[in-house]
Design a protein around this ligand. Structure first.
Ligand code: GLA
Length: 431
């Protein structure tokens, strides 16, 4: 193996044993999908508008052990959630949501879905995505899925990591060869069509394209990506990634805020495109030239003006950040992350009090280069880049200071996981 710290041999053995017991197979027959969580240092909330984002994976994520079941049956068990999920790969899957307005996502089949404690929807979503692009599978799987300690719904793209894990497992069991870009599209179908979240392709692109130690840069409009290799300095790992949990957890699909912001960005794009007489193009902000934005921003109502300002300023931060990363300048890189965090608070207005406090605490911690909300920022954790030599000290500073500000929320977090010190990871793969 690669010498990565995750997954450990022990974690792999444990999951293989579970699947061997569930299926009656030999342990050697068990395959494991490793699907890491991602962070997005720069490029928050602009993927759904066709912006350019930066991302990398971390050494934590989802493990899905599985064997082909020998027929069309799927049996799944989870390390976190109760209840077995049983389905068949040849059942036709239909989207599970009804979007009643721009911002409300509701399930249209209550009892069955709730019984599965909701966690079965990602496997169903993966089948939906594969089927809707003409892949009719014959081979089911028997599988056991688990995520790194307490990090589900934390703004680390756990849902995309799970979706990608099921896609890779079904594809492997059915001998399908699928490229990363096809899987990016399949995961988009799970999230946008099956679950009704109007998100962009940041999460799954990071999970499927990242390489250890590189920064992945993705143009979400053209779908072109590049890996920015680290200079020598970063090969010695002078930084660690801190994840500080707020104690607030909620799946994005159950929070109307995300889709509402997407709709506001589109509305801003519509106004700007109309003002600049840009003709019939899709109303997303990447279709508005920066010059047209500058010339016409006075036409926007104040909330739409803030969303657009976030988009255009964040795109600039990504460009500057890629340069800073390529030259190994973590100070500049970190300052841009912090500025991105501030724009999420002031312009995108997606934070909540505990997350904003956590962001501010991180910025005071020793050795921190920069911090921001991880992911959409409605709940979950904040992420920071920190000098490796200061990581332990910074982690305990953040833990103590956050506890003083939010004792109730902080006491709900398992203390071991309150502030995690992580390293960069690799892309999703089947082992
Ligand atoms: C969530 C979404 C992504 C992206 C981020 C914010 O993780 O799934 O598509 O919009 O929020 O950058």
């Amino acid at each position: 193996m690669s010498g990565f710290s995750w997954p450990s041999e022990g974690e792999l053995d444990e999951i293989k044993k579970m699947v061997a017991e569930m299926s009656g197979s030999d342990i050697e027959e068990v395959r494991v999908v490793v699907s890491p969580y991602r962070i997005c240092p720069l490029g928050a909330h602009i993927d759904h508008q066709g912006g350019t984002v930066s991302a990398m994976t971390i050494n934590k994520g989802i493990l899905l052990g599985f064997v082909p079941s020998g027929d069309s049956q799927v049996l799944l068990r989870s390390g976190q959630f109760k209840g077995d999920v049983r389905l068949r790969v040849d059942e036709i899957q239909l989207p599970k949501h009804v979007v009643k307005s721009n911002d409300k996502i509701q399930s249209n089949d209550s009892s069955e879905l709730q019984e599965e404690s909701n966690w079965g929807i990602y496997a169903r979503g993966a089948l939906y995505a594969l089927q809707s692009r003409g892949n009719y599978l014959r081979q089911g799987i028997t599988g056991f899925v688990c995520g790194s300690g307490g990090l589900d719904s934390s703004g680390l793209s756990s849902s995309a990591a799970v979706g990608v894990a099921y896609l890779l497992a079904f594809e492997s069991a059915n001998d399908l060869t699928v490229s990363p870009s096809e899987n990016i599209e399949y995961d988009r179908l799970i999230e946008n069509e099956y679950l009704g979240l109007k998100n962009g392709i940041l999460d799954q692109s990071a999970i499927l394209l990242s390489r250890y130690g590189c920064l992945t840069c993705m143009n979400c409009k053209t779908k072109e990506h590049k890996l920015i290799h680290p200079p020598k300095l970063q090969k010695n790992h002078p930084f660690k990634i801190l994840l500080a949990c707020s104690g607030l957890k909620q799946a994005l699909t159950s929070n109307p805020g995300y889709n509402r912001r997407v709709a506001e960005c589109q509305e801003a794009a519509r106004v700007l495109l109309h003002a600049s007489e840009s003709g019939a193009v899709e109303p997303i902000l990447s279709n508005v030239e920066p010059e047209a934005y500058e010339a016409n921003k006075c036409e926007l109502e104040s909330n739409l003006a803030r969303r657009a300002e976030h988009y255009f300023s964040e795109n600039m931060r990504v460009i500057e950040g890629l340069e800073a990363w390529a030259s190994g300048n973590l100070e500049v890189f970190g300052k841009l992350i912090t500025a991105s965090g501030l724009s999420s608070i002031q312009n995108y207005e997606c934070g909540c009090e505990p997350l904003i406090q956590l962001y501010e605490v991180l910025l005071k911690a020793p050795g921190v280069y920069g911090a921001r909300f991880s992911g959409a920022g409605f709940r979950g954790c904040c992420v920071a880049f920190v000098d490796a030599d200061c990581a332990e000290e910074a982690a305990s500073f953040v833990k103590n200071e956050y506890y003083k500000l939010q004792p109730k929320l902080a006491s709900q977090i398992c203390q071991e996981n309150a502030v995690l010190i992580c390293d960069a990871g690799d892309c999703a793969r089947v082992m």
